[in-house]
Design a protein around this ligand. Structure first.
Ligand SMILES: Nc1ncnc2c1ncn2[C@@H]1O[C@H](COP(=O)(O)OP(=O)(O)OP(=O)(O)O)[C@@H](O)[C@H]1O
Length: 318
């Protein structure tokens, strides 16, 4: 696969703090790639370095074969960037804003207007073309932002939290627009988000950022495996709290050791009269047999499998 973005050992330090810590990442042409991670994970800093707006402390970035540190203007010609909050001339209409961008990019007024009209239709703002940008809703502004970015025929589009503050219907339409750009026009799309669910819907691959590092990267299916392959099942065995034999302490210890030896089991914890077992597969039958065989009184056994959603939430809570 042809790589349009290549990042090697990319690092950005602020004093002693690593905002981005030795990042390696390659993104293919036409891919929709999601940068997923909590606040402060280093997503925006990575984006700014790709655009040549922040200088790396060390490491390399190449975007469309260009070095953003030394060729920032060339990079800006090929890469469209949509920041979290797009700035427009609020007193000008959507059409006038786009036409102005077109003219700044070397088109004549007529050419710019024609192109702007086509793009307004493309992003679903045809009806609102003459409305002042200041009166657009947040979702409309984001769509106008995409049209604005498309005015310069970019090869790559980078969007920072593009769905923030848009209602669910708007989000759906917006994500569809992103997918179309990649599928129909071969544009590479990179977007950052906190929302696993949104990223999951449109991205070919996702990179999970935590503390400036890429914790896992790949198709959505492979992420849970990469992150928590050995802990996707949680089995909980509750003992009868009323039964207190003299050998209880010893029995619990012995049973814990036996549970730990079951193939696939990652961790066994005892909390009061409960066993908590995380494992890579469903070992509930073995767990039941061992607990009962160990002379303990099992009251109930529950077993649940975590989806990527829960793993993601659980992980970031920790
Ligand atoms: N100019 C700066 N000076 C000092 N620290 C900074 C600077 N810019 C960013 N940081 C720090 O670097 C870390 C990464 O920030 P960054 O904005 O890249 O995270 P993010 O993943 O984009 O988060 P968010 O989702 O909140 O936008 C944060 O801890 C932030 O405080």
């Amino acid at each position: 696969m042809e790589h349009i973005i290549e990042i090697e050992g990319l690092t950005r330090k602020y004093d002693d703090f690593f905002a981005v810590d030795h990042l390696d990442l390659k993104i293919g042409k036409g891919e929709v790639f999601g940068l997923l991670g909590p606040n402060g994970a280093g997503k925006s800093t990575t984006i700014l370095m790709m655009l040549g707006l922040t200088e790396p402390t060390s490491g390399n970035v190449r975007v469309c074969g260009l070095d953003p540190v030394h060729q920032p203007i060339e990079v800006k010609r090929k890469v469209g960037y949509l920041p979290e909050d797009v700035g427009f001339y609020d007193d000008l209409s959507g059409l006038e804003n786009l036409t102005y961008t077109g003219q700044l990019n070397g088109l004549s007024r007529m050419e710019a207007e024609e192109k702007a009209l086509g793009l307004l239709a493309r992003v679903g703002l045809k009806e609102e073309k003459d409305k002042k940008a200041g009166k657009y809703s947040r979702g409309m502004r984001q769509r106008l932002g995409v049209a604005d970015v498309l005015m310069k025929n970019p090869e790559v589009i980078i969007l920072d939290e593009p769905t923030l503050g848009i209602d669910p219907t708007g989000v759906k339409a917006f994500l569809q627009l992103i997918t179309d750009l990649s599928r129909k026009e071969g544009i590479t799309v990179l977007f950052s988000s906190h929302h696993l669910y949104q990223v999951q819907q449109v991205c070919d691959r996702v990179g999970i950022f935590v503390s400036g590092r890429l914790l896992a990267c790949g198709g959505i299916d492979s992420l849970s495996e990469q992150l928590f392959a050995d802990e996707s099942f949680m089995i909980e065995g509750v003992l009868d709290a009323g039964v207190r034999t003299s050998s209880l302490k010893e029995d619990l210890k012995k049973t814990k050791r036996q549970l730990q030896d079951i193939p696939g089991v990652a961790e066994v914890r005892i909390e009061e009269h409960r066993f908590m077992i995380s494992s890579s597969k469903n070992v509930a039958p073995e767990v039941a047999a061992i607990i009962v065989g160990g002379g303990l009184h099992l009251n109930s056994l529950s077993n649940r499998e975590y989806g990527l959603d829960e793993i993601y939430t659980r992980y970031f809570q920790e």
